[in-house]
Design a protein around this ligand. Structure first.
Ligand code: IMP
Ligand code: MG
Length: 190
């Protein structure tokens, strides 16, 4: 456990066990950055981060890539309950960059069903980029997931709801350094 003793997280019974520690994230982000640097070489990609969840991952990944990348951001909302995706996706903020002929690398926080991402991929291909790849920090395993093409994946995790490192419940917990299980009913009695 890497929480700071005495921090306000200590008394929050909704924060469950650590699924991916900040140290593991740091190491994996460095590996992904090195891989992307090697793969793109002479053609630096346009990184398109998907807000809000990917904002911390995007900031770390961009600095792990040793190429003159360009940065853009999209904001999308997937409607549903707090912890399940409904499959209804809406673009709240589009990219500012012209995607035609660009090597686009979408930076996503987490893929659960894959519904959000497949919508996004269809939308982006319509803008005729030269290439379109995805870098997702987390992919949830399980039968809920439809097949989506992911070039770069940080970690595959079990299909539990997680928080931290950008991921939220009702906009909270995004600044947790570790990725942790979310316990909606609080800590179990024992
Ligand atoms: P999908 O469309 O089912 O793949 O859901 C993807 C989106 O749902 C992600 O971009 C997140 O915004 C959100 N999401 C899915 N699972 C989690 C989770 O465990 N924690 C926080 N957000 C999640
Ligand atoms: Mg997302």
């Amino acid at each position: 456990m890497t929480r700071v003793p005495g921090s306000y997280w200590d008394s929050d019974e909704h924060i469950g066990r650590v699924v991916v520690s900040q140290d593991a994230i740091r190491r994996r982000v460095a590996e992904l950055g090195a891989q992307i640097t090697a793969d793109y070489g002479e053609r630096p990609p346009l990184l398109v981060g998907v807000l809000k969840g990917a904002f911390i991952f995007m900031a770390d990944l961009a600095r792990a890539i040793r190429l003159p990348v360009e940065i853009d951001l999209m904001a999308i909302a997937s409607y549903g309950s707090d912890t399940t995706s409904s499959g209804v996706v809406r673009i709240m903020k589009d990219v500012d960059t012209d995607l035609v002929g660009r090597d686009v690398l979408v930076v996503e926080d987490i893929i659960d069903s894959g519904v959000t991402l497949s919508y996004l991929q269809r939308y982006m291909w319509a803008h005729r980029p030269a290439t379109l790849e995805v870098c997702a920090l987390l992919v949830k395993s399980g039968p809920q997931r439809r097949d989506v093409d992911l070039r770069y994946v940080g970690f595959t995790i079990p299909p539990d709801f997680v928080i931290g490192y950008g991921l939220d419940v009702d906009q909270r917990y995004r600044n947790l350094r570790d990725i942790c299980i979310y316990r909606p009913d609080g800590a179990p009695d024992d």
